[in-house]
Ligand binder design. Structure first.
Ligand SMILES: [Zn+2]
Length: 421
């Protein structure tokens, strides 16, 4: 396949040259690839976006619990509904969320939710890539809750090895929902697999301070001392992390996943991403679940991350537009151990998006990188390509029957929201 006549984002430069995609779905420098030509005149071709922290099936709970602070939001609004979710609900919510992401230019997601096998199947069927996990949870140190949880975490990692469209990672929900014995056991198990760990860290001041009271150390220090970060990881939120925490994250190759919309909506604060970058921490972006967002729009996260960084440091040069594009693309790919994607270069996976530049809000084109961060909307994406396959093209999903997906979602919504009030 050849994408012709486009402006192409190659690293931090913009070039007018074709993108060749070979039969293996890799970007090639050989013009003799088959598969036809796609005319991308007056379009931008850039790497697909990587949503580095989500609970995609929470599309079923869009906008639920608005106005509540995190702990009450979780306990009063979210947990009671999640307790009613079955694998088919997760699948329906995942498919619906994948549609939103694919049509908005996201090609890969790091997802943390219940029934990950059902989620993984639905995500793979949509054509998207993802790093998923069985959530590590243990409310008590004397028994595993629910039973066999650690085994399920390990089984999921074994079932989804590196290199596939769906990769299994380890996950600790958070310091506050996972007792030390479980954390130690997971760290021990990961010595075999050496996978990065997906975790919520220091999202609220209360969580951060309570961890210090409980253990005499911050959540990041605690997780590092447990051995959970020995093979890297991606830590969502990190709103209250200290300089020492950031240095640990840098040294342990733990990515700070910034979720600006979610952190603002729940009143959690603003993560110190400028300081993190100064100290050499990899920073990526995520939407979080869409009950705390209320969409899965990575263009919005890029835009907001830039504004917050500049406003909170009172420095308009705090982050460049290229820093923000990297956070939404290659930094996310790195965080998930996906060094084969996130950038347009020969030999990399063809995970690409095509954006229509003929819209009023995208013209005149004085600075494309600035347009991407500050002007573009998810709805400007007209084509999404994953692993060399066109999976979304001008409103049409190659692998998802939209009406069937809506019917499934409506059926699940009825069941999840029934007798909840
Ligand atoms: Zn989250």
């Amino acid at each position: 396949m050849v994408l012709s006549n486009a402006t192409v984002m190659k690293g931090h430069t913009l070039v007018k040259e074709p993108v060749y995609v070979d039969e293996q779905g890799l970007i090639s420098d050989n013009p003799d690839v088959g598969g036809g030509e796609i005319d991308c005149n007056k379009c931008l071709v850039m790497p697909g976006l990587v949503n580095c922290h989500g609970h995609t099936a929470m599309t079923l709970l869009r906008s639920v619990g608005a106005g509540l602070p995190l702990q009450r939001w979780l306990e009063e609004a979210i947990f009671p509904l999640e307790a009613k979710m079955r694998p088919e609900d997760i699948a329906a919510g995942m498919t619906w969320g994948a549609m939103e992401m694919l049509s908005g230019g996201t090609t890969m997601v790091a997802d943390m939710y219940d029934f990950p096998e059902a989620g993984a199947k639905a995500l793979a069927a949509s054509g998207m890539k993802g790093n998923l996990c069985r959530v590590g949870l243990a409310f008590s140190d004397t028994e595993e809750v629910p039973p066999n949880r650690l085994k399920e975490c390990i089984d999921f990692v074994v079932a989804h090895p590196e290199g596939g469209k769906i990769v299994g990672d380890f996950c600790i929900h958070s310091e506050y929902l996972t007792k030390p014995k479980f954390c130690t056991a997971m760290a021990e198990a990961n010595k075999v697999f050496q996978r990065p760990v997906h975790v919520h860290v220091s999202e609220t001041e209360k969580e951060h301070q309570e961890c210090i009271k409980r253990h005499g150390k911050t959540p990041i220090r605690y997780l590092a001392d447990m051995g959970l970060l020995d093979y890297g990881g991606y830590a969502a939120h990190c709103v209250w992390v200290t300089d020492d925490d950031l240095k640990i994250m840098r040294d342990k190759r733990v990515t700070l996943v910034h979720n600006p919309t979610s952190n603002l909506k729940l009143g959690s604060g603003i993560a110190p991403i400028v300081r993190a970058k100064e100290l050499g921490v990899n920073v990526a972006l995520g939407t979080d679940g869409c009950a705390s967002n209320d969409n899965l729009n990575m263009f919005e996260e890029m835009h907001l991350a830039g504004l917050l960084a500049k406003g909170s440091t009172r420095n308009p040069a705090a982050l460049s537009v290229w820093d923000l594009i990297d956070m939404a693309t290659i930094n996310g790919a790195k965080a998930l151990g996906r060094e084969d994607t996130g950038v347009i270069a020969p030999g990399k996976q063809a995970d690409l998006i095509v954006i229509d530049l003929k819209k009023p809000h995208l013209y005149p084109v004085n600075d494309i990188a600035s347009l991407v961060v500050n002007s573009m909307q998810a709805s400007d994406v007209i084509m999404t390509i994953v692993g060399g396959q066109v999976v979304y093209n001008r409103g049409v999903f190659k692998h998802v029957d939209v009406w069937q997906a809506r019917e499934n979602l409506d059926r699940c919504l009825k069941s999840v929201h029934s007798s909840s009030t």
